[in-house]
Design a protein around this ligand. Structure first.
Ligand SMILES: Cc1cc2nc3c(=O)[nH]c(=O)nc-3n(C[C@H](O)[C@H](O)[C@H](O)COP(=O)(O)O)c2cc1C
Length: 190
């Protein structure tokens, strides 16, 4: 079965460029053909700050928003996190969404698409990797780093350069290989 790729929009503020970047990534994934891509918008998921009484590794969720988020993430076989850089890190909205769950993330591959100014969100991407590792995710080495994102968005549409499209293809190839390799681990832990 073709794996489901969840493309997660990390930013939630009005006027954000995250959805435009994510839509372009979705198109690249359609062209790639190795996944069934699905956009997950954290603004729509709309989680409050973490308010579960138990550690998520127990799965004893008491809130409907957590049960719903858990069901969504369980459907994903691999992830692309589309994240801006806020103050040299990734947004709190993404950390909160990750913290809510535990086993649902485990043994799944993750690709990082970061964006910002001159540093292309790379500081946010590097900060995200150890958090993903703590959740037993496997971040692939080949990410996509978009410098000067504002100049690539016009009328709400993001248009990536050929170089960015090539980086995205490499990331998706790596995600596909890693997702295949991790399938055995996911079966053992299920
Ligand atoms: C709170 C905040 C902090 C920011 N910090 C950085 C930063 O550290 N590095 C950077 O390159 N851009 C920074 N920016 C600029 C963002 O990269 C730019 O606004 C981008 O569009 C944010 O993504 P979004 O539109 O999806 O929210 C910051 C923007 C905001 C709102």
């Amino acid at each position: 079965m073709t794996p489901t790729l969840q493309i997660v929009i990390a930013s939630t503020r009005p006027g954000r460029v995250g959805p435009a970047v994510a839509e372009w990534v979705r198109e690249q994934a359609e062209t790639h053909g190795g996944f069934v891509p699905e956009i997950i918008d954290l603004a729509e998921v709309d989680l409050p700050f973490f308010n579960e009484p138990s550690h998520p590794r127990f799965g004893n969720y008491v809130h409907p928003h957590t049960l719903s988020w858990s069901a969504t993430v369980q459907r994903g076989d691999a992830f692309v996190f589309v994240t801006p850089e806020y103050n040299h890190g990734f947004p709190a909205t993404l950390k909160n969404a990750l913290d809510y769950l535990h086993g649902e993330w485990g043994y799944k591959a993750a690709g990082l698409v970061s964006y910002g100014g001159a540093a292309a969100g790379t500081r946010a991407a590097q900060m995200l990797k150890p958090v993903l590792s703590a959740l037993r995710m496997t971040p692939v080495a080949d990410g996509v780093a978009i410098a000067g994102v504002a100049s690539l968005v016009q009328n709400g549409t993001f248009t990536g350069t050929e170089a960015l499209a090539a980086m995205t293809k490499t990331m998706l190839d790596e995600l596909a290989r890693t997702t295949d390799a991790l399938a055995a681990l996911r079966t053992k832990t299920a």
